[in-house]
Design a protein around this ligand. Structure first.
Ligand SMILES: [Zn+2]
Length: 84
């Protein structure tokens, strides 16, 4: 049954391209220091770079619960919505 496992490569694994990068040293961030969901459904993540110590915040507007399967936006489209 090796053919079936080859057809379904780990769908749960987050692509590394969606992980934020440090604006100073471009190191990839793995886990946010803190996350906050505000009343206007914006999730803010506080990141701290282990390499250079730079701290920054990413904001991710959440959509109201809609059950759609139209595919996720690309990471670039999401970052275009961020207004720091
Ligand atoms: Zn850094």
């Amino acid at each position: 049954m090796t053919a079936s496992t080859a057809r379904h490569p780990a769908p749960k694994a987050a692509p590394i391209s969606i992980l934020p990068r440090c604006p100073i040293c471009s190191d990839t961030m793995v886990a946010a220091e803190a996350s906050v969901l505000s009343a206007d459904l914006v999730v803010s993540h506080l990141w701290s770079c282990d390499n250079c110590g730079c701290g920054f915040v990413t904001r991710h507007p959440q959509k109201r619960a809609r059950r759609t399967h139209r595919g996720a936006m690309s990471p670039r489209a999401q970052s275009a919505q961020v207004h720091l």
